[in-house]
Design a protein around this ligand. Structure first.
Ligand code: NDP
Length: 340
C-alpha cells in the first residue's frame, strides 16, 4: 500500500512538506473487511479544514486528520477480496477512504454500491453524490428558494455552485439567478447552465458589476461558497430580511482573505445567516438523489461535462488536490487513480 499521510499540519498554505508518501504492508482481512483498489478520489475543499494546525476537534463536524494520519477522502473503489457479506469481490463501492492506492477497510467505511452511469463511473462523487446533495440542501432546505426570488450563487463554476445555479434557475425557476465565478470562460459556462448573469470576481469592477447584474433589485437569497472579498461585495446587495446560506468559505481555507468589512449590513438590513453541513441531511440524502435523477431525465440538470477529471498516479494525488485552490476545475474535480 502507498498512502499519503499528514506530515506537517498546515497553518496556512499547503506546502511541499505538508504531506508525505509512505509504503505500508497491507494487513490480513478480518471478518467484515474488504481489500479495495481505489479508482477515483473526490477532491473536496473541506479536506483542507480537517487537517489544519492546532485544530480543536470540538469545533469540527468530523474528526480531524491529525499529524501522521492518512489523508481522508471520499472515493470509489473496486473490491478485490472480501470477507464482507455486503460487498462481494468485484463490486464497486463508494465510501470514506483515503489517499491510498490499495487498502484493507472495514465495511463500515463503505456507504454503498457506486452508482454506474454510462461514461460516468464516478457519478457517486458528483451528480449523484455529496456535490448535488449539498446544493440541494442549501437551495431547497436552508434557503427555500421560490420562483419570485433573486438569487446570488458564489463559487458558481465549482462543483456545488454550478449545481446550485441549476436547481435555483432550471428546477425552481427563480426570477433571477446571478452566479459569481473567476474569469470570463467560467462565467460563460455558468450562463450556459442557466444563470441569467454571471460576474467575474477577478474583474477590478467586480462590486459594481455585481450590483448591475441584479437589474436594480436586491438579492432575496445568497448561496455562499467563497467568503472574503466576494461575500463583502455581496452583503450590501442583500434584500432587507434576506437570507444567506453559508455553505463554504474557500477563499479563507489557506489562511488568506479574511476581511469582511460590510458586516453592519446584517444588522441594518436584518439579514439571516445560516451555516449548514451536508451530514445533517443524511436522512434526506436518498430522496434528494432520486429527485436529481428525475431532473436530469427532464433536462433540467446537466450531466455532461460537469466534472473536471484528472488522471494521477498515487504519487501525484496531492498536486491534483491543490488544483482546487487555483481555480483549475470547472464543476467537480475528480482524480482518476492510474497505475504508473
Ligand atoms: P469547488 O469546485 O467550488 O472549489 C474549487 C473552486 O473554488 C475553484 O475552481 C475556484 O473557482 C474557487 N476558489 C478557489 N480558491 C478561491 C479563492 N481564494 N477565492 C475565490 N474562489 C476560489 O468545490 P466544491 O463545490 O466542492 O465546494 C464549494 C464550497 O462548498 C467550498 O467552500 C466547500 O468547502 C463547500 N462545501 C460545503 C459543504 C457543506 O456541507 N457545507 C459540502 C461540500 C462543499 P474560481 O475559478 O471561480 O475562483
Amino acid at each position: 500500500q502507498k498512502v499519503w499521510i499528514l506530515a506537517n499540519p498546515p497553518a496556512a498554505e499547503l506546502l511541499p512538506d505538508t504531506f508525505s508518501l509512505e509504503t505500508r504492508p497491507l494487513p490480513d482481512l478480518q471478518e467484515g473487511d474488504v481489500l479495495i483498489q481505489v479508482e477515483y478520489l473526490s477532491n473536496d475543499p473541506a479536506q483542507r479544514g480537517w487537517m489544519q494546525k492546532d485544530v480543536d476537534p470540538k469545533r469540527l463536524y468530523v474528526p480531524p486528520v491529525y499529524k501522521g494520519d492518512a489523508i481522508r477522502a471520499t472515493g470509489i473503489a473496486r473490491v478485490l477480496k472480501s470477507k464482507s457479506a455486503k460487498y462481494p469481490e468485484g463490486s464497486r463501492v463508494t465510501g470514506s477512504f483515503a489517499w491510498y492506492d490499495y487498502a484493507v477497510v472495514n465495511e463500515s467505511k463503505i456507504t454503498g454500491a457506486a452508482i454506474e452511469l454510462p461514461n460516468k463511473p464516478y457519478a457517486s462523487l458528483s451528480v449523484f453524490g455529496m456535490t448535488s446533495v449539498t446544493a440541494y440542501q442549501g437551495i431547497f432546505d436552508v434557503l427555500d428558494v421560490k420562483p419570485e426570488h433573486t438569487v446570488i450563487v458564489s463559487g458558481a463554476a465549482g462543483a456545488v455552485g454550478s449545481t446550485a445555479v441549476q436547481f435555483a434557475k432550471n428546477v425552481i425557476g427563480a426570477k433571477r439567478v446571478v452566479g459569481i465565478a473567476g474569469g470570463a470562460a467560467k462565467c460563460a459556462w455558468v450562463k450556459q447552465l442557466g444563470a441569467d448573469e454571471c460576474v467575474d470576481y477577478k474583474d477590478p469592477n467586480f462590486a459594481a458589476n455585481l450590483k448591475a447584474a441584479l437589474n436594480g433589485e436586491f438579492a432575496d437569497r445568497v448561496f455562499e461558497n467563497v467568503g472574503g472579498d466576494v461575500l463583502n461585495a455581496t452583503l450590501p446587495l442583500v434584500k432587507r430580511f434576506g437570507k444567506i446560506a453559508f455553505c463554504g468559505m474557500i477563499s479563507a481555507y489557506n489562511g488568506e482573505n479574511p476581511n469582511v468589512s460590510n458586516l453592519f449590513e446584517i444588522i441594518t438590513n436584518r439579514i439571516t445567516l445560516q451555516g449548514f453541513i451536508v451530514i445533517d441531511f443524511l436522512g434526506k440524502w436518498a430522496s434528494a438523489v432520486q429527485n436529481v435523477a428525475g431532473w436530469i431525465k427532464e433536462g433540467k440538470v446537466a450531466i455532461d461535462d460537469v466534472e473536471t477529471v484528472v488522471s494521477a498516479t498515487i504519487e501525484d494525488v496531492p498536486e491534483k488536490y491543490k488544483l482546487l485552490f487555483t481555480g483549475s476545475n470547472r464543476g467537480k474535480l475528480v482524480t482518476a487513480l492510474v497505475a504508473k
